[in-house]
Ligand binder design. Structure first.
Ligand code: IPM
Ligand code: MG
Length: 357
């Protein structure tokens, strides 16, 4: 069996964490008699430096030709003052759009071994914390037209358009209902239907879609309340579905309350074609090149890739079990310092997981 993976290391800690992912893939390939053929391509600041733009055409072509795409992170202070039209982040948004990756799955789970690292009071997470945020990824204010900054009657104005058509809402709702069917069959749709017209349509279409999923208990929540409920009583949630901008914010919140943004993977999927997998943390330029990054979010993204794009669920389980075993043995990276733990750098953490495989 041969699978092709396009690796986009990107910026900051991207190259270091990607090296650990490759280590795990090599080990797994050897064990499972499978070849993971990896190609590398440029994105973000690295692409700007080399080619003048954050998403070269070659990169899009390499991604489309692969079975799956694995991305590190993009951005950093070096490119903060660059023309907004070619910022590193535009590379990420561009590849999502080019591959039609409308569904972003962001599981936020508290590892039992990391209970003490959780930001929430122990009584609040007594029942654990395991939320799946399903974020719409190619619509809403991120891509809506018109958009811009201009001068009107001598006054500068900036604007974006939060826009969805019913088909865009229905297809992401379907992904969320399917996810809920595989979990505990509770789905909460998050919107701002008390204020935004676009949210009124969102809610209407989600309710229509629910007719095909009578087993799923559907609820609705305004986004401000959802942000509050996530820290007040996160166990009430199983799957959350929401539009692009709300999902960007809520997925960071859901991730960070687990205490370890360095542990959280994500998958971005389209109707067909390769999926894209990336850790949800950013490029962390402050620790780049120092062998201090936590590679586990990336390694867990590899597990999601094996499950969702490469049809290798047993291998995905094996990777997750290896991560869990390394945590059981007390190993932590600098982002999750705990009393009495054993500290590992990025390289070492990658080695430990590969060994457990
Ligand atoms: C994310 C990031 C991106 C987003 C940025 C880097 C463009 O915050 O993946 O959540 O806003 O989608
Ligand atoms: Mg974000």
């Amino acid at each position: 069996m041969r699978k092709t993976i396009c690796i986009l290391p990107g910026d900051g800690i991207g190259p270091e964490i990607m090296a650990q992912a490759r280590k795990v893939l090599d080990r797994l390939g050897a064990r499972q008699g499978c070849t993971f053929a990896c190609t590398e391509a440029l994105i973000g600041g690295a692409a700007i430096d080399a080619t003048g733009g954050p998403l070269p055409g070659d990169t899009v072509a390499a991604c489309k030709a692969a079975d799956a795409v694995l991305l590190g992170a993009v951005g950093g202070p070096k490119w903060d003052t660059i023309d907004p039209a070619i910022r590193p982040e535009r590379g990420l948004l561009g590849i999502r759009k080019a591959l039609g990756l409308f569904a972003n799955l962001r599981p936020a789970k508290l590892f039992p071994q990391l209970r003490r690292a959780c930001f929430l009071r122990p009584d609040i997470v007594a029942d654990g914390l395991d939320v799946m945020v399903v974020r719409e990824l190619t619509g809403g204010a991120y891509f809506g037209e018109p958009r811009g900054v201009e001068v009107r009657d001598g006054v500068r104005v900036g604007y974006n358009t939060m826009i969805y058509d019913e088909h865009e809402v229905a297809r992401i709702a379907r992904v969320a209902f399917e996810a809920a069917m595989r979990r505990s069959r509770r789905l909460c749709s998050v919107d701002k239907a008390n204020v935004l017209d676009v949210s009124r349509l969102w809610r209407e279409v989600v309710i229509e879609t629910a007719r095909d999923y009578p087993e799923v208990a559907l609820s609705h929540m305004y986004v401000d309340n959802a942000a509050m409920q996530l820290v007040r009583d996160p166990a009430q949630f199983d799957v959350l579905v929401t539009e692009n901008l709300f999902g960007d914010i809520l997925s960071d919140e859901a991730g960070c309350i687990t205490g370890s943004i360095g542990m959280l993977p994500s998958a971005s999927l389209g109707a067909d074609g390769p999926g894209l997998y990336e850790p949800i943390h950013g490029s962390a330029p402050d620790i780049a090149g120092q062998d201090r990054a936590n590679p586990l979010a990336t390694i867990l993204s590899v597990a999601m890739m094996l499950r969702h794009s490469l049809d290798m669920p047993a291998a995905a389980d094996a990777v997750e079990a290896a991560v869990s075993a390394v945590l059981d043995a007390g190993w932590r990276t600098g982002d999750i310092r705990e009393e009495g733990c054993r500290m590992a750098g990025c390289e070492k953490m990658g080695d430990l997981v590969a060994e457990k495989l």
